[in-house]
Design a protein around this ligand. Structure first.
Ligand SMILES: [Zn+2]
Length: 295
């Protein structure tokens, strides 16, 4: 190597490399610290977490990345959601595997308890989801069903309260027609009349999520508390029961299925989650629906 070349290397190339490295380190420092901020200031009861905000195919995108990288999907989801401020859109620039590994390691080291809590929350909410809760078949026009992101909207029956689920509306407003199926495998842990929910079914899934289906017109034959159900299995038919202490009251609102998703159901730490983006995700899932009666 010539003398001039060596001199040039030390005068330009080496300082450039050092500067580049410093910029990279500073960038990572701020990136990682922003994530820690999100992690430290949110728990399972935080509105950000509970919103389950995965617009534009965000959830499907995260599952795909986890598969591609051969990483645990709930670590990928937790890390990406914390990093993105609890809203991961499928159209956003995707994380690189290296970025994920750095963020994940940092979060694990610095906030292991909070990280684990969130990760378990995502897993309980998402891991057992298999299908959309209303049977889509040739028997009905998919246009018949519609829903909006009405989680948190004001409800006034029985006192002012936020709406803790999503309403799937029947445009034809006819009770007892549209079949309601379980989104997950699980155990029927609640079944019967509720003043607000009318005839409802609550299914607890193997990962610990509680899935609540309300305002039914009728139950699937033989369905009772303690029964094991499979994803896609018939729970009952969509209706308009509820908003009364008198069992069997119908007609206080239009025919719809109210879908609720809860973590730590029945405990002092119970929280409701927004099912909207989860339902959008399930719309895109192609699974063989199992229209089965309970034995
Ligand atoms: Zn509702």
């Amino acid at each position: 190597m010539g003398k001039h070349l060596k001199g040039a290397l030390f005068r330009f190339a080496v300082p450039t490399c050092i500067l580049g490295l410093m910029i990279l380190l500073l960038h990572d420092f701020f990136l990682v610290n922003t994530s820690y901020y999100q992690l430290a200031h949110d728990t399972l009861s935080g509105e950000d977490f509970r919103n389950m905000s995965f617009p534009d195919g965000g959830l499907a995108c995260l599952y795909a990345l986890a598969g591609q990288w051969e990483e645990n999907p709930y670590d990928v989801i937790t890390t990406a959601m914390i990093d993105a401020g609890y809203r991961f859109a499928g159209t956003a620039r995707a994380l690189s595997h290296l970025q994920f590994e750095q963020l994940y390691a940092g979060m694990q080291n610095q906030k292991p308890v909070e990280y684990r809590k969130l990760r378990n929350g995502y897993e309980a909410a998402l891991a057992d989801l298999r299908c959309f809760p209303v049977l889509k078949s040739a028997a009905w026009n998919p246009e018949r069903l519609y829903y909006e992101n009405g989680w948190g909207d004001l409800r006034t029956y029985g006192g002012e309260r936020p709406h803790e689920g999503i309403d799937l509306m029947d445009r034809e407003n006819t009770r007892g027609i549209l079949p309601v199926v379980s989104m997950t495998d699980g155990t029927v842990t609640r079944l019967g009349w509720l003043e607000l929910g009318g005839w409802r079914v609550g299914v607890t899934s193997p990962s610990g999520g509680y899935f609540y289906y309300a305002h039914l017109a009728s139950y699937a034959e033989g369905l009772k508390e303690g029964a094991e159900v499979k994803a896609g299995q018939l729970l009952g038919f969509m209706g308009d029961s509820g908003y009364s202490t008198v069992e069997g009251t119908t007609g206080n609102f239009d025919v719809h299925l109210h879908v609720g998703i809860y973590l730590n159901a029945g405990t002092s730490e119970e929280v409701s989650l927004n099912p909207y983006w989860i339902l959008k995700y399930l719309e895109g899932k192609t699974i063989e629906y199992q229209y089965r009666e309970v034995r």
